[in-house]
Design a protein around this ligand. Structure first.
Ligand code: MYA
Length: 194
Protein backbone atom coordinates (compact mmCIF):
# COMPACT_ATOMS: atom_id res chain seq x y z
CA UNK A 1 0.00 0.00 0.00
CA UNK A 2 1.42 3.36 -0.93
CA UNK A 3 0.15 5.20 2.13
CA UNK A 4 -2.56 5.68 4.69
CA UNK A 5 -5.00 8.52 4.34
CA UNK A 6 -4.67 11.34 6.85
CA UNK A 7 -7.98 10.39 8.46
CA UNK A 8 -6.57 6.97 9.32
CA UNK A 9 -3.32 8.28 10.78
CA UNK A 10 -3.43 8.24 14.58
CA UNK A 11 -2.66 11.62 16.18
CA UNK A 12 0.68 12.03 17.95
CA UNK A 13 -0.91 11.59 21.39
CA UNK A 14 -2.71 8.33 20.49
CA UNK A 15 -1.83 5.44 22.80
CA UNK A 16 -1.02 1.77 22.27
CA UNK A 17 -4.05 -0.50 22.62
CA UNK A 18 -4.41 -2.44 25.88
CA UNK A 19 -5.89 -5.92 25.92
CA UNK A 20 -8.73 -5.85 28.47
CA UNK A 21 -8.03 -8.13 31.46
CA UNK A 22 -11.42 -9.82 30.93
CA UNK A 23 -10.94 -10.23 27.18
CA UNK A 24 -11.42 -13.73 25.76
CA UNK A 25 -8.31 -15.87 26.19
CA UNK A 26 -5.91 -16.27 23.26
CA UNK A 27 -7.19 -19.04 21.02
CA UNK A 28 -10.80 -18.63 22.16
CA UNK A 29 -13.44 -18.62 19.43
CA UNK A 30 -15.26 -15.31 19.71
CA UNK A 31 -18.62 -16.38 18.34
CA UNK A 32 -21.20 -14.18 16.68
CA UNK A 33 -22.15 -10.82 18.21
CA UNK A 34 -25.63 -11.06 16.63
CA UNK A 35 -27.40 -14.04 15.06
CA UNK A 36 -28.59 -11.96 12.07
CA UNK A 37 -25.29 -10.18 11.38
CA UNK A 38 -24.43 -10.57 7.68
CA UNK A 39 -20.76 -10.93 8.59
CA UNK A 40 -20.85 -13.45 11.43
CA UNK A 41 -24.43 -14.54 12.16
CA UNK A 42 -25.60 -18.08 11.66
CA UNK A 43 -29.10 -16.83 10.79
CA UNK A 44 -28.09 -15.38 7.42
CA UNK A 45 -28.08 -18.16 4.77
CA UNK A 46 -25.94 -16.14 2.34
CA UNK A 47 -23.93 -14.36 5.02
CA UNK A 48 -20.18 -14.68 5.49
CA UNK A 49 -20.38 -16.86 8.63
CA UNK A 50 -17.01 -15.49 9.60
CA UNK A 51 -15.54 -17.05 12.71
CA UNK A 52 -12.91 -15.07 14.59
CA UNK A 53 -10.44 -16.27 17.20
CA UNK A 54 -8.80 -14.12 19.87
CA UNK A 55 -5.09 -13.50 19.44
CA UNK A 56 -2.48 -12.99 22.14
CA UNK A 57 -2.42 -9.22 21.75
CA UNK A 58 -5.19 -6.89 20.64
CA UNK A 59 -5.59 -8.96 17.51
CA UNK A 60 -7.80 -11.64 16.00
CA UNK A 61 -7.58 -14.21 13.25
CA UNK A 62 -10.57 -15.35 11.21
CA UNK A 63 -11.50 -17.47 8.23
CA UNK A 64 -14.06 -16.78 5.55
CA UNK A 65 -14.92 -19.18 2.73
CA UNK A 66 -16.09 -17.45 -0.47
CA UNK A 67 -19.39 -19.02 -1.59
CA UNK A 68 -21.15 -18.79 -4.99
CA UNK A 69 -23.58 -16.27 -3.41
CA UNK A 70 -20.61 -13.92 -2.87
CA UNK A 71 -19.66 -13.51 -6.55
CA UNK A 72 -19.19 -10.23 -8.37
CA UNK A 73 -17.51 -11.29 -11.63
CA UNK A 74 -18.03 -14.92 -12.71
CA UNK A 75 -16.24 -17.18 -10.24
CA UNK A 76 -14.73 -14.30 -8.28
CA UNK A 77 -15.63 -12.72 -4.94
CA UNK A 78 -17.42 -9.38 -5.03
CA UNK A 79 -15.24 -6.55 -3.72
CA UNK A 80 -17.99 -5.36 -1.39
CA UNK A 81 -18.23 -8.81 0.15
CA UNK A 82 -14.46 -8.83 0.71
CA UNK A 83 -14.73 -5.40 2.35
CA UNK A 84 -17.46 -6.86 4.57
CA UNK A 85 -15.12 -9.67 5.60
CA UNK A 86 -12.45 -7.13 6.52
CA UNK A 87 -15.02 -4.98 8.36
CA UNK A 88 -16.24 -7.98 10.33
CA UNK A 89 -12.74 -9.13 11.30
CA UNK A 90 -11.85 -5.59 12.35
CA UNK A 91 -15.13 -5.29 14.27
CA UNK A 92 -14.27 -8.47 16.20
CA UNK A 93 -11.37 -6.57 17.79
CA UNK A 94 -13.97 -4.93 20.04
CA UNK A 95 -14.15 -8.17 22.04
CA UNK A 96 -10.53 -7.68 23.11
CA UNK A 97 -10.95 -4.05 24.17
CA UNK A 98 -14.37 -4.81 25.65
CA UNK A 99 -15.98 -1.80 24.05
CA UNK A 100 -18.80 -1.50 21.55
CA UNK A 101 -17.54 0.17 18.38
CA UNK A 102 -18.81 0.82 14.88
CA UNK A 103 -16.95 1.42 11.64
CA UNK A 104 -16.37 5.12 10.96
CA UNK A 105 -14.03 4.70 8.01
CA UNK A 106 -12.80 1.65 6.12
CA UNK A 107 -10.20 1.72 3.33
CA UNK A 108 -9.59 -1.44 1.33
CA UNK A 109 -6.85 -2.39 -1.13
CA UNK A 110 -7.70 -5.27 -3.46
CA UNK A 111 -4.39 -6.88 -4.32
CA UNK A 112 -5.36 -10.21 -5.92
CA UNK A 113 -8.62 -11.63 -7.33
CA UNK A 114 -10.26 -14.09 -4.94
CA UNK A 115 -12.00 -17.09 -6.58
CA UNK A 116 -15.12 -18.81 -5.25
CA UNK A 117 -14.27 -21.61 -2.78
CA UNK A 118 -11.21 -19.73 -1.57
CA UNK A 119 -10.68 -19.72 2.17
CA UNK A 120 -9.57 -16.21 3.09
CA UNK A 121 -7.30 -16.18 6.14
CA UNK A 122 -7.82 -12.89 7.94
CA UNK A 123 -5.71 -11.18 10.56
CA UNK A 124 -6.75 -7.93 12.24
CA UNK A 125 -5.10 -5.83 14.92
CA UNK A 126 -5.63 -2.57 16.75
CA UNK A 127 -2.71 -0.24 16.17
CA UNK A 128 -3.64 2.79 18.30
CA UNK A 129 -6.40 4.28 20.43
CA UNK A 130 -7.27 7.95 20.84
CA UNK A 131 -10.26 8.56 23.10
CA UNK A 132 -13.23 6.88 21.39
CA UNK A 133 -11.23 6.36 18.19
CA UNK A 134 -9.80 2.91 17.51
CA UNK A 135 -7.27 2.64 14.67
CA UNK A 136 -6.86 -0.80 13.18
CA UNK A 137 -5.73 -2.77 10.15
CA UNK A 138 -6.27 -6.18 8.60
CA UNK A 139 -5.04 -8.50 5.88
CA UNK A 140 -6.75 -11.32 4.01
CA UNK A 141 -4.52 -14.07 2.62
CA UNK A 142 -5.22 -16.94 0.27
CA UNK A 143 -3.71 -20.42 0.34
CA UNK A 144 -3.07 -20.42 4.10
CA UNK A 145 -2.21 -18.10 6.97
CA UNK A 146 1.19 -17.42 5.37
CA UNK A 147 -0.13 -17.14 1.81
CA UNK A 148 -0.08 -14.07 -0.40
CA UNK A 149 -2.07 -11.01 0.69
CA UNK A 150 -5.20 -10.65 -1.45
CA UNK A 151 -6.94 -7.89 0.49
CA UNK A 152 -5.65 -5.27 2.89
CA UNK A 153 -7.64 -2.79 4.95
CA UNK A 154 -7.19 0.04 7.39
CA UNK A 155 -10.01 1.39 9.46
CA UNK A 156 -11.16 3.76 12.15
CA UNK A 157 -13.76 2.42 14.54
CA UNK A 158 -15.60 4.71 16.93
CA UNK A 159 -16.66 3.57 20.39
CA UNK A 160 -20.39 3.93 21.01
CA UNK A 161 -22.83 3.10 23.80
CA UNK A 162 -25.51 0.44 23.43
CA UNK A 163 -27.99 3.33 22.95
CA UNK A 164 -26.47 3.79 19.48
CA UNK A 165 -28.34 0.64 18.44
CA UNK A 166 -31.41 1.09 20.63
CA UNK A 167 -31.99 4.63 19.31
CA UNK A 168 -31.24 3.92 15.64
CA UNK A 169 -32.12 0.28 14.92
CA UNK A 170 -35.48 -0.75 13.48
CA UNK A 171 -37.77 -1.30 16.48
CA UNK A 172 -38.71 -4.90 15.52
CA UNK A 173 -35.14 -6.14 15.64
CA UNK A 174 -34.20 -4.02 18.67
CA UNK A 175 -37.15 -5.35 20.67
CA UNK A 176 -36.33 -8.92 19.65
CA UNK A 177 -32.66 -8.44 20.56
CA UNK A 178 -33.45 -6.81 23.92
CA UNK A 179 -35.78 -9.64 24.89
CA UNK A 180 -33.21 -12.30 24.02
CA UNK A 181 -31.08 -13.09 27.12
CA UNK A 182 -28.36 -14.57 24.93
CA UNK A 183 -28.13 -11.33 22.91
CA UNK A 184 -27.95 -9.24 26.10
CA UNK A 185 -25.11 -11.48 27.32
CA UNK A 186 -23.24 -10.98 24.04
CA UNK A 187 -23.75 -7.19 24.09
CA UNK A 188 -22.43 -7.05 27.67
CA UNK A 189 -19.32 -8.97 26.66
CA UNK A 190 -18.29 -5.83 24.75
CA UNK A 191 -18.81 -3.39 27.57
CA UNK A 192 -16.34 -2.26 30.18
CA UNK A 193 -17.95 -2.45 33.66
CA UNK A 194 -21.25 -3.81 32.39
C1 MYA B 1 -28.37 -4.91 21.27
C2 MYA B 1 -27.11 -4.31 20.71
C3 MYA B 1 -26.03 -5.33 20.41
C4 MYA B 1 -24.76 -4.69 19.88
C5 MYA B 1 -23.68 -5.66 19.55
C6 MYA B 1 -22.40 -5.01 19.00
C7 MYA B 1 -22.56 -4.63 17.55
C8 MYA B 1 -21.22 -4.37 16.87
C9 MYA B 1 -21.49 -4.18 15.41
C10 MYA B 1 -20.21 -4.29 14.60
C11 MYA B 1 -20.57 -4.61 13.14
C12 MYA B 1 -19.37 -4.55 12.23
C13 MYA B 1 -18.95 -3.13 12.01
C14 MYA B 1 -20.01 -2.37 11.24
O1 MYA B 1 -20.35 -2.67 10.13
S1 MYA B 1 -20.73 -1.02 12.04
C15 MYA B 1 -21.92 -0.38 10.82
C16 MYA B 1 -21.35 0.70 9.94
N1 MYA B 1 -21.09 1.92 10.67
C17 MYA B 1 -22.07 2.76 11.03
O2 MYA B 1 -23.24 2.52 10.82
C18 MYA B 1 -21.62 4.01 11.74
C19 MYA B 1 -22.47 5.21 11.28
N2 MYA B 1 -21.88 6.45 11.81
C20 MYA B 1 -22.25 6.93 13.01
O3 MYA B 1 -23.14 6.42 13.66
C21 MYA B 1 -21.47 8.11 13.53
O4 MYA B 1 -20.90 8.84 12.49
C22 MYA B 1 -20.34 7.66 14.53
C23 MYA B 1 -20.98 6.93 15.75
C24 MYA B 1 -19.30 6.77 13.86
C25 MYA B 1 -19.62 8.90 15.05
O5 MYA B 1 -20.56 9.84 15.50
P1 MYA B 1 -20.48 10.51 16.96
O6 MYA B 1 -21.44 11.64 16.97
O7 MYA B 1 -20.64 9.48 18.02
O8 MYA B 1 -18.99 11.03 17.09
P2 MYA B 1 -18.26 12.19 16.28
O9 MYA B 1 -18.87 12.49 14.97
O10 MYA B 1 -18.04 13.34 17.23
O11 MYA B 1 -16.84 11.48 16.00
C26 MYA B 1 -16.00 11.10 17.07
C27 MYA B 1 -14.57 11.23 16.57
O12 MYA B 1 -14.39 10.32 15.48
C28 MYA B 1 -14.01 11.04 14.29
N3 MYA B 1 -14.67 10.44 13.13
C29 MYA B 1 -15.94 10.03 13.05
N4 MYA B 1 -16.17 9.51 11.84
C30 MYA B 1 -15.01 9.59 11.15
C31 MYA B 1 -14.60 9.21 9.85
N5 MYA B 1 -15.46 8.65 8.99
N6 MYA B 1 -13.33 9.45 9.48
C32 MYA B 1 -12.45 9.99 10.32
N7 MYA B 1 -12.78 10.38 11.59
C33 MYA B 1 -14.04 10.18 11.98
C34 MYA B 1 -14.48 12.47 14.52
O13 MYA B 1 -13.74 13.39 13.75
C35 MYA B 1 -14.24 12.61 16.02
O14 MYA B 1 -12.87 12.84 16.21
P3 MYA B 1 -12.38 13.87 17.35
O15 MYA B 1 -12.96 15.19 16.97
O16 MYA B 1 -12.91 13.37 18.66
O17 MYA B 1 -10.89 13.84 17.29
Amino acid sequence: MSGTSARLTPPADAVKPVRHPDAPAPGELLGSHYEHCFGCGGGQPHGLHLQATAGEGVNVTAEFTVKPAHQGAPGLAHGGVLATAMDEALGALSWLLRVIAVTGRLETDYVLPVPVDTVLFLEAEVTAVHGRKIYCRATGRTGGAEGPVAVRAEALFIEVKVEHFIDNGRPEEIQAAMSDPDQIRRARAFEVNP
